[in-house]
Design a protein around this ligand. Sequence first.
Ligand SMILES: Cc1cc2nc3c(=O)[nH]c(=O)nc-3n(C[C@H](O)[C@H](O)[C@H](O)COP(=O)(O)OP(=O)(O)OC[C@H]3O[C@@H](n4cnc5c(N)ncnc54)[C@H](O)[C@@H]3O)c2cc1C
Length: 387
Amino acid sequence: MNNISIIGKSCCGCTGCEQACPKGCISFSPDSEGFFYPAVDESRCINCGVCLKKCPVHTDVPSGTNPQVFAAKIKDTQTAFKSTSGGVFTELAKYALKKGGIVYGCAFDENLVAKHIAVEKESELFKLQSSKYVQSDLSGIYSDVKAKLNEGRTVLFSGTGCQAAGLRAFLGKDYDNLIVTDIVCHGVPSPLLFKKYLEYKGGTLGGKITAYNFRSKEKRGWDLYYKAETENKSKSDYGFFDPYYSAFLKCQTYRESCYECKFANSRRTGDLTLADFWGIQKFHPRFYDKNGVSLILVNTEKGKMLWEELVPKIESIPSSLDKAVVMNKNLSAPSARPECRSGIYDGIDGDLNTYFTTKLAFKVDPKVKLKKMLPPGLKDAVRKIKS
Ligand SMILES: Cc1cc2nc3c(=O)[nH]c(=O)nc-3n(C[C@H](O)[C@H](O)[C@H](O)COP(=O)(O)OP(=O)(O)OC[C@H]3O[C@@H](n4cnc5c(N)ncnc54)[C@H](O)[C@@H]3O)c2cc1C
């Protein structure tokens, strides 16, 4: 067997092999958990091995070493408020668009399915803002990126470590007009689980969920609060008090390949790496901002040039990898696979109420509950006095 089938459950689902296959004989379909895996039509496969050559799990892709590390936040506080962390992604995207470029990133479609899309107008960048904690569909995206690069367009691609590596492997070479950013990622649940969750959550709110934000800052600023909306109602709460979100945060529902992720380290494939600067209160308390602070890794020479271009739009201070890794463990290792992962998807096709209240049951720690009831401003005031 000389094709992508040998990758098995190590497959990260980037779909690069499907897009690269010269015979078009690879297609992705969901397994029982709802994660997409490739299947090869053996009758048409010519065993050329292109699929394996383009697979980021099978092939080594170039990555940066010894990144420069910064804590950063953009000056445009309205944009930062709608972003996950300090909003650096949007400033970078605006820079690419001003050069006549095109930006690829993850958006929810009208059914709240996470998909990578291309954005060419600044007014549509909001679609890419904010993290969607579910695996994004990349079908056709790498081919589209390649076509745009060959037309001479500036392209900014943003994705998880495996998605960024998948693009590098697919292209097989760097392009002067390509900017790659990757995000620090601890793992992705399946699109099926998120779909079922939205049905369940809609049931608890008495209507169809029409909008969902995993990182809403409306209630308590930069924290792990979701906001789910139906036509008539909305609900915002702390992620650890929600079945889907708490299972995500506890690493219980990830794609199997996430637990062996070879991109969960500080040798990044993006020119720049974006993340939340967790631990900023401890390491750089004066730089803390309730609107969010980004952690930035500048990994390549191109990344350095881009970072300089962003200077007028951003406030930043130098930091170090040692500090960044303390609270961002996936900069040094993949998430650990908990024992409960094995059966966590069992019952997903059954009664949703039963599934989400038993299989994904969560316990609310009364101390955390109390902490989350205190006004957020109070914590900031104490922090300022301490620093
Ligand atoms: C699944 C996942 C896990 C993450 N885990 C961590 C973590 O452990 N630690 C940490 O510090 N940061 C993590 N992040 C990254 C962090 O949440 C922010 O995405 C990052 O800090 C950028 O924030 P921003 O304010 O600059 O941009 P934002 O405006 O919030 O931009 C979001 C960016 O993320 C991309 N994106 C959103 N959802 C997805 C998705 N499902 N797949 C691929 N790309 C997506 C968008 O394309 C856009 O480029 C994770 C993000 C995701 C999607």
